[in-house]
Write a protein that binds this ligand. Structure first.
Ligand code: NAP
Length: 255
């Protein structure tokens, strides 16, 4: 999909070295955005940047811990210098530290809040000024069906529900500057994150995928490209009247 004038626009995707973030980064590059690929390990971002460049796009690998205020500030500055002022931000970086509440440690709680909530806050605060300057911007936050509640994920569910409130507030505050903010709430997506869940449950990833697909109305689990397609829509020019929404992308009406 390349029918919109996005060639001079710069997008940041966090947690983009693999999984959903990598798929979003590749898709936005294919749609004409220069894409900053942010992740904890800068060298891990290089493969995605190489793919983007091999396909004729522009990419930049930037190592950053999104929960580190100073690191976020300098990462966004590197993006401005390397690709131009970012006017699209996809807050995708995420971790899980699953456990039943009575076994959940304070570190498990803080780590999940730190990456999802503090990380999205810091990234958005650093990037929004470029969107305000441009009088155009798109913010996409990765929530989850777990926001509706999920056994063993008190921390993650709280963070993902929190991101929905964050998103709606951004939409209210930034709308008059031409900036939209929306959340995507994926259901089951095949990635390293769900592989990690299978390991914790003591089953193979294949068994986990097969069991999950049976519960999903469309009869399959999601793929990172399913989320990339939704993000690609939300950042389009003609999605300018869609803001403050949570789009569940889960192969059916509920988790
Ligand atoms: P993933 O494969 O585990 O990828 C997450 C990426 O985020 C990793 O590259 C990870 O880096 C990076 N990351 C973690 N902490 C970070 C930090 N502090 N700063 C910067 N980067 C960091 O996960 P995914 O399945 O693609 O999930 C992507 C997003 O979708 C997450 O927000 C997740 O919660 C959400 N989501 C996923 C599913 C699903 O079924 N997979 C469903 C609903 C929502 P390292 O590899 O170095 O740790």
């Amino acid at each position: 999909m390349t029918d919109q004038p996005s060639t001079s626009r710069t997008a940041i995707v966090t947690g983009a070295a693999r999984g959903i973030g990598a798929a979003v980064a590749r898709r936005l590059a294919a749609d004409g955005f220069a894409v900053a690929v942010l992740d904890l390990d800068e060298s891990a971002c290089a493969a995605v940047v190489s793919e983007i460049e091999a396909a004729g796009g522009r990419g930049l690998a930037v190592g950053v811990d999104v929960s580190d205020e100073a690191a976020v500030q300098s990462a966004v500055e590197r993006v401005v210098d390397g690709l131009g002022a970012p006017t699209v931000l996809v807050n995708n970086a995420g971790i899980i530290r699953d456990n039943m509440l009575f076994k959940m440690t304070t570190d498990d709680w803080d780590a999940v809040m730190g990456v999802h909530l503090r990380g999205s806050f810091l990234m958005t605060r650093a990037a929004q000024k470029h969107m305000i300057d441009a009088k155009w911007g798109r913010i996409v936050n990765l929530s989850s069906t777990s926001a509706l509640g999920n056994r063993g994920q008190a921390n993650y569910a709280a963070a993902k529900a929190g991101l929905q409130g964050f998103t709606k507030t951004l939409a209210i505050e930034l709308g008059k500057f031409g900036v939209t903010a929306n959340a995507i709430a994926p259901g089951f997506i095949a990635s390293d994150m769900t592989r990690q869940t299978a390991e914790r449950m003591g089953i193979t990833f294949e068994q986990f995928l097969e069991g999950a697909a049976k519960e999903i109305p469309v009869g399959r689990v999601g793929q990172p490209d399913d989320i990339a397609a939704t993000a690609a829509f939300l950042v389009r020019d003609d999605a300018s009247f869609v803001s403050g929404q949570v789009i569940y992308v889960a192969g059916g009406p509920k988790a």
